[in-house]
Ligand binder design. Structure first.
Ligand code: MF3
Ligand code: CO
Ligand code: CO
Length: 272
């Protein structure tokens, strides 16, 4: 375990603003990490189960059933269900849906679609959160590239991440790479601290200035979950369901999410 107080002293002496230092409650205990890892085992298996069955002709409601049943069967609880009124056990976001798509019987996957499946699992009161993209049948090469660039932006941010990295380095790397590939990064929704609750501080930006933002201490657990748009980065909220985010211009959007543990000697992807 880190010595939180002496680290805070050290960074204060270095002139780092107190607002850029993590609060004590952001540092997970060894028991917390163990429980988060148990949640991640289930979450990873649930996403593997989706990967096995997802195909054209399937409704997003059927994906919800797979996620719900597999989670319960493995002793977990699907965190989205009833979270702030969310009605289903998973988010399913197709094509121009950026995130928080609500599974339903009317949304049928068809050849060429891209879909994000975002699962969060609770085990012993602890949370793991991850999402993957799935490409249905023959996907347009440019949309395939969108999916791959999004994944690579996340992997590049993780590769660069170290204990005591600055938070905004994550977004700096993501947006720089995404823009170089001709795509855009959504700003309004970000990653987050996770583990003892679904959404904890800090907010993890997917854009920003290198070398700024919170100093990431060992013991922190965060998600990184870039949403990358084919066209404009601007989005809007579905006024009917108050959940689903869409691209403003109707362009397609991709997202990948990991739960990441910042350790004393590096970082570990816990859920993916
Ligand atoms: N899993 C999403 C995230 O990555 C949050 C979904 S909230 C829900 O933070 F209520 F829509 F499930
Ligand atoms: Co998620
Ligand atoms: Co998340």
């Amino acid at each position: 375990m880190i010595d939180y107080d002496s680290l805070i002293e050290k960074y204060k002496k270095l002139g780092v603003n107190i607002n850029d230092l993590p609060k004590r409650e952001m540092i997970k205990s060894e028991e917390d990490i163990k429980a988060i890892k148990k949640a991640a085992v289930v979450n990873n298996a649930v996403l593997d189960e989706v990967a096995k069955h997802i195909k054209a002709g399937m409704s997003t409601e059927e994906i919800n059933t797979i996620v719900h049943n597999k989670t319960i069967e493995m002793g977990g609880i699907p965190a989205p269900l009833n979270y702030e009124g969310f009605p289903k056990s998973v988010c399913t976001s197709i094509n121009d849906m950026v995130c928080h798509g609500i599974p339903c019987t009317n949304d049928i996957l068809k050849d060429g679609d891209i879909i994000n499946v975002d699962c969060t699992t609770i085990v012993d009161g602890h949370y793991a959160d991850a999402s993957r993209m799935f490409m249905i049948g023959n996907v347009d090469p440019e949309m395939k590239r969108l999916v791959e660039v999004t994944k690579k932006s996340l992997d590049m941010a993780v590769e660069n991440l170290k204990p005591f990295s600055r938070l905004r380095d994550i977004g700096y790397i993501i947006e720089k790479y995404v823009k170089s590939q001709g795509f855009s990064v959504v700003h309004e929704i970000g990653g987050h601290g996770v583990g003892n609750d679904f959404h904890e501080d800090p907010f993890v930006f997917h854009y920003g200035k290198k070398g700024t933002g919170m100093v990431l201490f060992p013991g922190m657990v965060i998600t990184i979950e870039p949403m990358v748009n084919e066209g404009s980065r601007h989005v809007f909220l579905d006024a009917d369901n108050n959940w689903t985010i869409y691209t403003e211009d109707g362009g397609w959007s991709a997202q990948w999410e990991y739960t990441i543990w910042i350790k004393e000697d590096g970082v570990e992807i816990i859920a993916h």
